[in-house]
Design a protein around this ligand. Structure first.
Ligand SMILES: CC/C=C\C/C=C\C/C=C\C/C=C/C(=O)SCCNC(=O)CCNC(=O)[C@H](O)C(C)(C)COP(=O)(O)OP(=O)(O)OC[C@H]1O[C@@H](n2cnc3c(N)ncnc32)[C@H](O)[C@@H]1OP(=O)(O)O
Length: 328
């Protein structure tokens, strides 16, 4: 039986292949996040849908958290695939407009929403599989690292330019903050250390390295890479098509999405209490550390970002980004 809960922010329906959607007033009625659940398989899909780049604004962070919490509150759901409606960008990280000339009341709220996203995602009782189809710089990489399993596109998706001059699309992932004149906060940097090890993380943080898929795999930043060449119709696996939101239905034959689906199915079959208990073994102390330093972290972030020199760097960075996009 389908249950439908309605509120101003949330419409949620439960059942096989049923969808729930989010919209906030600030997003002009757009669905920031689209969620689907399949109670029979115990799997959900959370598709980020904030064009053009799935950058993380205050409202986007809140929408992801609310969506995840809604899925967690359904005892039949054990795993979730985190994906993007943009085939070339998983998430471009923080919405830089939140950082440039910020409103003093909004800035701490924004940072708190990011901290909450870390706590909710990293500490989720659900096993979260990141389906990283496109770029994942900075906080986009953080999102992926806060999941339980990462599958990245190998980047051989079609191409641009056509003919023999086809340009290969190669997505990248990493904490590139230093390239922007900012530093990743300690809890984000430590997440990289826990994911790829001390020395690799130390170097990657200092250099602001963005890794292509093969390098990301070799250092353990992602767990698997997969081609996105769509297979023949016969390779469509049962259940995936129903789980995909209507805007991503064409992804049913995408090997990356299929691999993510299989991994989510595998997670969903593990006895949940044992899986959650083992997740706490590795993550609980880090979550406690973050909670203990949360206010200090907010004060530090707000003080850092509002410094004149940091603002100057950020303004120059945003201008370069806009003019690059205009030249296309
Ligand atoms: C001790 C320290 C204490 C405090 C630390 C302080 C701060 C640190 C805080 C937290 C850490 C996290 C920081 C961040 O995440 S900052 C954001 C970093 N992100 C990036 O640098 C990525 C920028 N974007 C890109 O490189 C490319 O867009 C990308 C490779 C993702 C995709 O390239 P593509 O060529 O496909 O698209 P574009 O034409 O470049 O972009 C399309 C469109 O999207 C807009 N866009 C892109 N990224 C962002 C973004 N992060 N925020 C807002 N908007 C973004 C871009 O402007 C284009 O828009 P339009 O011009 O309207 O078409």
């Amino acid at each position: 039986m389908n249950t439908v809960i309605r509120s101003q922010l949330l419409r949620f329906s439960v059942g096989r292949g049923q969808q729930f959607r989010f919209s906030t007033a600030a997003a002009n009625g757009n669905d920031l996040v689209i969620g689907t659940v399949d109670e029979t398989l115990g799997i959900a899909m959370l598709t980020m849908n904030r064009p053009p780049a799935n950058s993380l604004s205050l409202e986007m962070n809140e929408a992801i958290c609310t969506s995840l919490k809604t899925m967690e509150s359904n005892p039949k759901i054990q795993s979730v695939i985190l994906s993007s409606s943009n085939p070339k960008i998983f998430s471009a990280g923080l919405d830089v407009s939140e950082l440039v000339s910020p409103h003093p009341d909004r800035l701490p709220k924004f940072w708190n929403s990011l901290q909450q996203l870390y706590l909710d995602l990293y500490g989720s009782r659900l096993a979260v599989v990141a389906a990283i189809q496109g770029h994942a710089p900075a906080a986009g990489c953080f999102l992926a690292m806060a999941c339980d399993y990462r599958i990245m596109s190998s980047g051989d998706i079609g191409g641009e330019g056509g003919g023999d001059m086809k340009k290969r699309f190669v997505p990248t992932i990493g904490l590139n903050e230093t390239q922007l004149g900012i530093a990743a906060p300690p809890w984000m940097g430590q997440l990289l250390v826990r994911t790829i090890g001390f020395r690799q993380a130390e170097l990657a943080l200092a250099m602001g390295t963005l890794f292509p898929p093969d390098r990301a795999l070799s250092i353990g930043l992602v767990d698997a890479i997969e081609s996105e060449q769509h297979g023949a119709e016969s390779t469509i696996i049962e259940g995936l098509s129903e789980l995909l939101p209507s805007i991503s239905k064409d992804q049913a034959s995408n090997p990356l999405m299929q691999k993510a689906f299989k991994q989510a199915t595998t997670f969903a079959k593990i006895p949940p209490h044992a899986r959650v208990a083992s997740k706490l073994v590795t993550r609980q102390s880090h979550i406690h550390d973050m909670i203990a330093t949360r206010d200090e972290d907010t004060a530090h972030f707000c003080g850092f970002v509002t410094q004149e020199a940091v603002q100057k760097n950020l303004i120059a960075y945003v201008e370069a980004m806009k003019s690059k996009s205009k030249k296309k």
